[in-house]
Design a protein. Structure first.
Lengths: 331, 336
């Protein structure tokens, strides 16, 4: 999601504001140190904001050559249904790193790249754990500005994500059992199966509508990842693996800006239209509903930070919320 | 490069370093068990019938020189029924020069079968593969629905065969077995000092068969009342394999290494009375509060199956052992 520009506030005002409350003196000192670090960039108006867990970053109103890079890290305990006779559910502690970059090529077109990396501690059956690090699927995308009005705009996006080979011997034998990626997908509330569905090449068309009024903004988004199996492995005879899986993800949300901050709340509904793999006779819920609150801070004209959460509220997932932090820079 | 551009890379690096620094293995690090070498796994048979336990698996006939045994103090496994066997290479003897850490000849195999709710679920194999201290291979074999064969399950199985019993992954085995230099648990001088019916291996039977290099002079039993013997034996069997002060260093396949220096192991030279035992010497006044079982960490951890802080034992159990808990509570209650 591309947030509207935040109102500019000079660094000195921020510090004075913090100093008004004596009890927050330590906060003011910390803020001063932070602002001293990045203060020289404050003169530039407008900033791109990091939004982990609240949709793809979108290009700014685009001067060709303008770019943005976000590095986000989502952390937490995750659980996922698992289509295997050995374990109906898997769980673990997952840290998902995502590097998300984009570059405006023309005023109406931007190219985007996402590169996910998953560090997982996977729970073992008897109480132990094992570490697994996996690349998610690098994704390239074209983002088109389809329509733009005074307060609204419509964006279209077409992305291609390609699974990387690799992994240990067990994964080479059973590539669909990449539990780190499955947990990262669950941790993201199944918003981004194109990045994490093991062994699947993904073609993802999506559209997004944004509306802005004053300090408030709203958006709606619809994605339809088509997930084609390119590595099927040798699944158990009781597990049915489908060549083409289809997931749809829809979201709606709103945000409000104040000072350097922006608060956003979004709801995501992900539905497995055609499931990638299924244990015969087992029928876990096909949908997942999450709520994704986020708080963004504009640090300078070029640098922003965000704190967000992905909270499963209904459907297939029951794990604890995942928390994400992100830093965004643009030029 | 302008000022903000100069500061962007360090900020991004910081954002990346934070989660990496607080990454998965620094969280509950004790739980992480290294993968077994592929060659070690490949060296073990794919089927239980090929491991040498049975002469005729379908008939349940054991192979020659496979001996059943039972430890005096059992590991709690959520009420699972268990049977155990050992096979020693022909002519070989167990090096018992260290009575608390028997060294088994290369080729030794031990099996343990688990049944739950009347269903035979799995049989585990522990096999010495070489002369090095860590040269042991482990595997669980999952029984099929007709009980006609069990096949290797290196990744483990949750809720196996429709029971609540979880079969451990092969590399979880060293979570417990890696805590003792000999790697074998439950087959030791103290554990085999009991009067089992004929047919089961006991310390006496090992002596009679001349299978020990340095047989102990007498039986090895704690000189204490029955309650203390039962409680300290319980702690020995359920806690001592991790919580002991001469466990191997955490290298290789080791995992589940405790932070606190408690020692719940019973040792042959410390059986004169309760005050000589490791549990009394290292945990009394700390995890064990005399006269106050409710305030004792040992009891609190045994009486919980939560994750934070970890319940005890943290491996292989999802149910509280009410009987074991009662033994330990009663002993602590009587301590002064």
């Amino acid at each position: 999601m591309r947030p509207a520009a935040l109102p500019e506030t000079p660094a000195g005002a921020a510090v004075r504001s913090a100093r008004k409350t004596a009890g927050f003196a330590h906060l003011a000192r910390a803020g001063m140190a932070l602002l001293a670090l990045v203060g020289p960039a404050l003169s530039r108006p407008g900033v791109a904001q990091a939004q982990p867990g609240a949709g793809h970053a979108q290009p700014r109103a685009g001067t060709p050559g303008h770019g943005q890079v976000t590095l986000s890290s989502r952390m937490g305990m995750a659980k996922s249904p698992f289509p295997s006779p050995e374990a109906r559910e898997i769980s673990g502690v997952v840290t998902s790193l995502l590097l998300d970059g984009q570059l405006a090529v023309t005023p109406a077109l931007a190219l985007a790249l996402r590169l996910p990396l998953v560090l997982a501690g996977l729970d073992l059956p008897a109480g132990g754990a094992r570490a697994q690090t996996s690349w998610g699927h690098p994704e390239v995308a074209a983002v088109l500005r389809l329509r733009e009005g005074a307060a609204t705009r419509l964006l279209g996006r077409l992305a291609l994500a390609i699974p990387l080979p690799g992994g240990d011997a067990a994964l080479a034998r059973r590539p669909l059992d990449n539990q780190a990626l499955l947990l990262a997908d669950a941790q993201a509330g199944h918003h981004d199966p194109e990045l994490y569905a093991p062994g699947r090449l993904a073609l993802t068309p999506s559209v997004r509508l944004e509306a802005t009024r004053g300090r408030a903004a709203a958006f709606g988004e619809l994605e339809l990842p088509l997930l084609l199996a390119v590595a099927r492995g040798t699944p158990d005879a009781r597990t049915e693996v489908r060549r083409l899986a289809i997931t749809s993800a829809a979201s709606a949300g709103a945000s409000l800006s104040w000072w350097r901050l922006r608060g956003t709340a979004a709801a995501w509904l992900a539905v497995d239209v055609v499931r990638a793999a299924e244990l015969r006779g087992q029928a876990p819920a096909r949908w997942t509903l999450t709520v994704d609150p986020a708080l963004q801070l504009r640090i300078t004209g070029h640098v922003g930070a965000a704190l967000s959460a992905t909270i499963p509220v209904a459907g297939a997932l029951s794990a604890a919320p995942a928390v994400a932090v992100a830093v965004t820079g643009d030029w | 490069m302008s000022a903000p551009h100069r500061r962007l890379p360090p900020l991004l690096a910081l954002a990346a370093a934070l989660p990496a620094g607080a990454g998965c293995q620094t969280f509950e690090s004790y739980r992480y068990c290294p993968e077994l070498p592929g060659a070690q796994l490949a060296a073990l048979p794919a089927r239980l019938s090929e491991t040498g336990l049975y002469a005729d698996l379908r008939a349940g006939a054991l192979a020659p020189e496979v001996h059943a045994y039972r430890p005096a103090f059992e590991l709690w496994s959520d009420g699972a029924g268990k049977r155990r066997w050992i096979w020693l290479p022909p002519g070989a003897r167990i090096d018992t020069s260290d009575m608390d850490s028997w060294q088994f000849p290369v080729g030794t195999k031990l099996w343990k079968e688990f049944s739950r709710d009347g269903v035979r679920v799995e049989t585990r194999l522990l096999q010495r593969t070489g002369p090095g201290q860590g040269d042991w291979a482990t595997m669980a074999y999952l029984w099929n629905d007709g009980d006609s064969e069990a096949t290797a399950a290196p990744d483990g199985v949750e809720d196996a065969r429709g029971t609540p019993h979880d079969v451990p992954a092969a590399h979880e085995c060293m979570g417990c077995h890696g805590g003792r230099p000999a790697r074998v648990l439950g087959f030791s001088a103290i554990q085999l000092t009991h009067d089992d019916p004929p047919g089961l291996l006991t310390l006496d039977e090992l002596r009679r068969r001349d299978l020990l290099t340095a047989p102990p002079a007498g039986d090895l039993e704690l000189h204490a009342d029955a309650g203390a013997r039962a409680a300290l034996g319980y702690l020995h069997a359920n806690c001592g394999h991790c919580h002991n002060q001469d466990r191997p260093a955490r290298t290789g396949l080791r995992c589940f290494d405790p932070e606190k220096p408690f020692d719940f192991l019973l040792r042959a030279r410390e059986l004169g009375d309760v005050t000589q035992t490791g549990a009394y010497r290292t945990a009394r006044g700390q995890a064990i509060k005399p006269g106050d079982p409710g305030g004792s960490d040992v009891v609190k951890r045994m009486n919980d199956r939560g994750r934070f802080p970890p319940s005890m034992p943290p491996l292989g159990s999802e149910r509280i052992d009410d009987h074991g808990l009662a033994l330990v509570r009663a002993w602590i209650q009587g301590l002064r």
